[in-house]
Write a protein that binds this ligand. Structure first.
Ligand code: XMP
Length: 371
């Protein structure tokens, strides 16, 4: 089993040798992995570490400030770099999931590159873990932080080298290391948050207004579901344009609407990009699992149960919650109708929200995120 103290003994000389006496940038996203990487780097390399949190504009509500507060004992001098204008203006209007991910990655490393110059270093440390590059290599999705393993030469592309001290660890090991390094439970036990942040939860076209809807709805879902022992729980938003599909409705036995919005799934070992569909009627999880298996034979990757709807508004908000051991497969918890209903009511205080749905698709055939 994993022993954080021996890991530290092993990694310390390696990291010292790679970095030498140079200054080194560490990118902190507030997620467990990058924050642990920064705490580790600071413990081993001390003042030569420049921990930066880039505010991409796609962070959760109050994220930058609260991460700085939560980590102040273990990562002193965390610098918050506000780059939200740059990211938002460059990503606005993009629609395709992989295009959004790739663009985000490029903007992210361009930013790192200019920060590296600003702070007088050509080296960065990041918190890539084993699962990240396994999935990217498998072609499932472009993780923003996987470069070296894809053969991307950061030195010639962006002018800096990347060091990844956590590259062989799994999530539970990173959490153990985080506790050992003295990070508070708000960090070590935190649900994972993807590097591209809310960008991939604003499903389809990126619009500022839609991002605002997403950020507010995500806060509601996180508050409502935080103490239930779930692996991950968040909100997604997509445009409400949908069409009733008579054939699918007949097959499933309830009204099925297929959205223009597309979302990712996994088929076998490869990523698929299909549509979101909604089903209506009683909240019966056995029946819903059958609906998912019927609809996933078509071009549908995520099936959502309609919780609440009205005429007003133009966005659909999906509540996403999963249980998982390894993030390679995941199940949907059977949340009760009254709980879903009260979350929906809270989200619908936002006049731009037309309807709230609950994503009932396991992984596979869906992915945990929608893009
Ligand atoms: P999927 O959606 O592929 O997600 O089932 C599996 C796990 O990975 C997280 N995830 C990411 N983490 N950068 C990250 O650091 C990314 O680009 C990224 N995409 C997905 C996701 O939240 C889930 O925990």
């Amino acid at each position: 089993s994993f022993n954080p103290s021996s890991f530290l003994d092993e990694i310390s000389p390696q990291l010292r040798e790679k970095v030498g006496n140079s200054k080194v940038l560490v990118a902190v996203s507030g997620g467990v992995d990058s924050t642990t990487a920064a705490a580790l780097a600071y413990k081993i390399l001390g003042e030569n570490v420049i921990p930066v949190m880039i505010d991409t504009g796609f962070l959760r509500e109050n994220e930058a400030v609260s991460v700085k507060e939560m980590t102040k004992e273990v990562i002193p001098n965390l610098v918050i770099e506000d780059q939200s204008e740059f990211f938002l203006s460059s990503l606005e209007g993009l629609k395709d999931a992989e295009e959004k991910r790739k663009k985000f990655r490029d903007l992210f490393y361009e930013t790192i590159s200019s920060l590296a110059r600003k702070y007088g270093t050509n080296m960065m440390i990041q918190g890539t873990i084993a699962a990240d590059w396994v999935e990217t290599q498998g072609g499932i999705k472009t993780q923003h932080n996987v470069l070296v393993q894809l053969g991307i030469n950061t030195e010639s592309t962006w002018g800096f080298t990347v060091v990844e001290p956590l590259a062989d660890l799994y999530k539970n090991e990173v959490r153990e290391l985080a506790r050992y390094l003295g990070l508070p439970p708000e960090i070590s036990e935190r649900q994972p948050f993807p590097g591209p942040g809310l960008l991939i939860r604003v499903v389809g076209e990126v619009k500022i207004e839609k991002l605002m809807v997403e950020r507010r709805a995500n806060t509601v879902v996180e508050k409502a579901l935080s103490r239930k022992g779930l692996s991950q729980y968040f909100a997604v938003v997509f445009d409400s344009d949908s069409e009733e599909d008579k054939q699918k409705s007949a097959e499933v036995g309830t009204r099925v609407r297929v959205y223009k919005a597309r979302a990712t799934g996994v088929k076998g070992d490869v990523r698929s990009y299909g549509h979101i569909a909604s089903v209506e009627g009683d909240l019966n999880y056995d029946a819903l699992r059958q609906d998912v298996s019927k609809l996933s034979k078509y071009d549908v990757t995520h099936v959502m149960y309609l919780v609440k709807q009205r005429d007003q508004g133009k966005y659909s908000v999906g509540i996403r919650a999963v249980h998982t051991e390894d993030f390679m497969t995941a199940d949907v918890p059977e949340l009760g109708l009254s709980e879903l209903f009260s979350i929906a009511e809270e989200i619908m205080k936002d006049p731009l929200v037309k309807e709230v749905l609950f994503d009932v698709t396991s992984k596979p055939p869906a992915t945990i995120e929608l893009e």
